[in-house]
Design a protein around this ligand. Sequence first.
Ligand SMILES: NC(=O)c1ccc[n+]([C@@H]2O[C@H](COP(=O)([O-])OP(=O)(O)OC[C@H]3O[C@@H](n4cnc5c(N)ncnc54)[C@H](OP(=O)(O)O)[C@@H]3O)[C@@H](O)[C@H]2O)c1
Length: 257
Amino acid sequence: MAGSLDEKTAVVTGSSNGIGFAIAQHLATEGANVVINSRSQTRAQEAAEEIDCSSGVLPIEADVTDYSSLRSLAEQTVDEFGSLDIWVNNAGINIRGPAEDISLDDWQTVLDVNLSGTFYGARVAGNRMIEQGTGGNIINISSMMGEQGQTGRTPYNTSKGGVNNLTRCLAVEWAEHDIQVNAVAPGYIQTDMVDDAQDQIGFEKQDVVDRTPLGRFGTVDEVANCVAFLAEGAHFMTGEILHPDGGWLAFGWGSKE
Ligand SMILES: NC(=O)c1ccc[n+]([C@@H]2O[C@H](COP(=O)([O-])OP(=O)(O)OC[C@H]3O[C@@H](n4cnc5c(N)ncnc54)[C@H](OP(=O)(O)O)[C@@H]3O)[C@@H](O)[C@H]2O)c1
C-alpha cells in the first residue's frame, strides 16, 4: 500500500527510545526511509531492529552536541538513501535544580543538547536541503514548557523557549528554499523522562492528570501523529508550534468542572 512518505528519507535524532522511536516508527509506516540515532551505536542498532516497516532503516551513532558527527550522519544518510527530506530534532534532556545553585555545567549541558543540538541538526539538514533544491521539512521537538515558567526547571524551559524562536527564525530564513520549519511542543507524555522526573524531584503523576483538561498523560504515538502530519508538508504552515498537551496551555485558572 502506498504511504504518504514513500521515496522520502527522514532522520530522527534521539530515536533509540521514547518519543523519538515512536516518531521514527510512524514515519517508516508512512513509507519513509528512516535513520535511527543515539549516542550509542548498540542502542541505535537495537532500536532499528525493532522498527516494523518495508522501507530502509539505518542506525547511526552521533551526539547532537557534536556538529561534525551530525554532518557525517547526514552524509551517510544521503550515501545510503540518495536524499534527505525530513529532519526531526528530537534528542533532548532535562537536568533539574534550583536556579540559585544548579551547577553551571548542568545549565550548559542542557542548553548544549536541547538548543545548540537543535540548531546544529537544523543547520546540517538545511544545508543539505538547499543543496538538493527540493525543499524539505524540519521539525523540532520542543515542549509546552517553552511557554511557561516553573520552579527547578530553568535550563530546560529556557532551552525550549529558545527552540520555539529558533523554529520561527529558520522558518522565515529558509522559506525561499521551500524548507518548512515547524515545532511540536508536547505536554506531559509518558516516557523515561517523566519517570526520571519522578525519581529526581518526586513529582506526583496524579497532579499532572488533575491539571490536564483531558485528564491523562499523552502518548508517544499522539506526538508522532503530529510530527507525521507536519512531515507530509501539505499544510501551508511554517514557523508554527503545535501543542499536543491535552489542553494544558489553554487552561488558565479555576476548577476544571
Ligand atoms: N516526555 C515528555 O513528557 C516530553 C514533553 C515535552 C517534550 N519532550 C521532548 O521530547 C523529546 C524526547 O523526550 P523523551 O521523553 O522521549 O526522552 P527520553 O525517553 O529520555 O529519550 C531521549 C532520547 O534522546 C537521546 N539523546 C539524549 N541526548 C542525546 C544526544 N546528546 N545526542 C543524541 N541523542 C541523545 C536518547 O538516546 P541515547 O540515550 O540512546 O543516546 C534518547 O533516544 C525531548 O526533546 C524532550 O524534551 C518530552
